[in-house]
Write a protein that binds this ligand. Structure first.
Ligand code: TXA
Ligand code: MG
Length: 324
C-alpha cells in the first residue's frame, strides 16, 4: 500500500521522502492544481516505463513534462516568442505548451513517445518546489488507470493506484479540477489541442489573438491522448438530460432541474450558483460519487460552454462516447 504524506504539515518532509524515490526511478503521486499526477524522472527510461505500466497507458501517448519554472523549461524546449509570452502570462498554472525538444536535452524519447515535440508545463505550488529540489523534469500524466476518471484528491489516487505505487503526496482537493489546457503555437497562431483549466477567453484576452479550435468531425488526433472514449465512469453516461429515469444518478448545474428528480438515486449539483469554475472543481469527484451510488447510468443536465465549461463539456462528451 502506498505511504501517504500530507504536504500541509511539512512540505519539506514530503520533499525529503519523495526525492530519493524519484532518484531511484519510482513513480509517485503528486498534487497539482489541475488533477493529481503520477510523476517520475522524465530522463530515466525505467521510470517512464513504470508510469506507462502502472496506468496501463498506450506507449504512443506522450507525457507532459513538468518543470519548476520557465528558466528550467528553456533548458529542455525551444520557445518561440508567442509561446514564451503565454508561459510568462500563465505559468505557474494550468497551461501545457507543445514545443520542439532541444536537440541535446536528456528528456527520454519514451516520455515524448518519440516525437520531436514535448508537452511542457509549470504547475502551481508544492510540485514546482519538488521539481526544483529534484532538479529534473517530472513526466506526469494524471494518476489514474488509463481511460478512467482523473483524480482530484489523494483518496481518488489511493482507491485506483494505491497498491501499485510507493507514495502519495496529499495536498487536499485539486483546486481547478480539470486537466491543463494544451496549446501549440504555429506560425504565430495559437491552436487549442485540449480545452482545460485555463479558459480560451483568458488566453485571448492576454494575447489579443483568437485561439484556433480543433474541428470536431473527423479531426486528426493531434494530442494522441485525445481518444474519443475517455474519462469513463463505470456507469453509462447521458448528456443534456431534461428528465430523470428510475435509478439514475443525476448531476445538475445552477438552478435548472430536470423533471422527475425524485426518481434519482443521487442528485449532485456541480454549482448551485451557476459558476462553471466551481463546477469544474467538483466534476470528477461528482462522477466518482455517482458511480459509487450503484446507479447504472449518470444523467447530466446541460452545462454552459463558456469559460471552463468548454473543458467540462469536452470531458463529458468523452465520458459519454461509445466504449471500445
Ligand atoms: O493537468 C494536466 O495536464 C495533468 C497534470 C498531472 O499535469 N496531466 C495530464 O496528463 O493531463 P495526461 O498524460 O493525462 O495528458 C497529456 C496530454 C495527452 O493528451 C497527450 O497526448 C498530450 O498531452 N501530449 C503530450 N505531449 C504531446 C506532444 N508532444 N504533442 C501533442 N500532444 C501531446
Ligand atoms: Mg489523463
Amino acid at each position: 500500500m502506498a505511504q501517504r504524506i500530507s504536504i500541509g504539515t511539512s512540505p519539506q518532509a514530503a520533499i525529503s521522502a519523495a526525492v530519493p524515490l524519484l532518484q531511484a526511478g519510482k513513480a509517485i503521486a503528486v498534487p497539482t492544481e489541475t488533477v493529481y499526477g503520477l510523476a517520475a524522472d522524465a530522463t530515466n527510461p525505467r521510470a517512464i516505463t513504470r508510469i506507462y505500466e502502472t496506468k496501463g497507458r498506450p506507449r504512443f501517448n506522450p507525457l507532459i513534462c513538468h518543470m519548476a519554472n520557465l528558466a528550467m523549461a528553456e533548458r529542455y524546449a525551444v520557445f518561440d516568442p508567442l509561446s514564451r509570452q503565454l508561459a510568462q502570462a500563465f505559468w505557474p498554472g494550468p497551461l501545457t505548451l507543445i514545443l520542439p525538444l532541444k536537440a541535446d536535452c536528456d528528456i527520454h524519447p519514451l516520455a515524448s513517445a518519440g516525437l520531436e515535440t514535448v508537452g511542457v508545463r509549470v504547475p502551481r505550488g508544492f510540485t514546482a518546489d519538488l521539481i526544483a529540489a529534484f532538479d529534473r523534469p517530472l513526466a506526469a500524466p494524471s494518476a489514474n488507470t488509463s481511460g478512467r476518471i482523473s483524480p482530484t484528491s489523494a483518496d481518488h489516487v489511493e482507491g485506483d493506484l494505491g497498491d501499485k505505487i510507493p507514495l502519495i503526496l496529499d495536498a487536499g482537493s485539486a483546486g481547478v479540477g480539470v486537466e491543463s489546457t494544451i496549446l501549440k503555437v504555429e506560425n504565430g497562431t495559437i491552436r487549442l489541442l485540449r480545452p482545460g483549466g485555463l479558459s480560451v477567453e483568458e488566453i485571448e484576452a492576454a494575447t489579443g489573438l483568437s485561439v484556433i479550435r480543433p474541428e470536431k468531425a473527423g479531426a486528426i488526433i493531434e494530442a494522441p491522448g485525445m481518444l474519443a472514449s475517455h474519462y469513463a465512469p463505470d456507469a453509462a453516461v447521458r448528456l443534456n438530460a431534461t428528465e430523470v429515469f428510475d435509478g439514475e444518478a443525476v448531476i445538475t448545474f445552477g438552478d435548472v432541474h430536470p423533471k422527475g428528480l425524485e426518481k434519482a438515486r443521487l442528485v449532485i449539483n456541480l454549482s448551485a450558483s451557476g459558476d462553471v469554475a466551481e463546477a469544474a472543481s467538483h466534476l470528477f469527484s461528482a462522477m466518482k460519487q455517482a458511480d459509487a451510488s450503484g446507479a447504472t447510468r449518470i444523467a447530466f443536465a446541460s452545462i454552459p460552454s463558456h469559460g471552463l465549461g468548454e473543458a467540462i463539456n469536452d470531458r463529458l462528451e468523452r465520458a459519454a462516447a461509445p466504449r471500445s
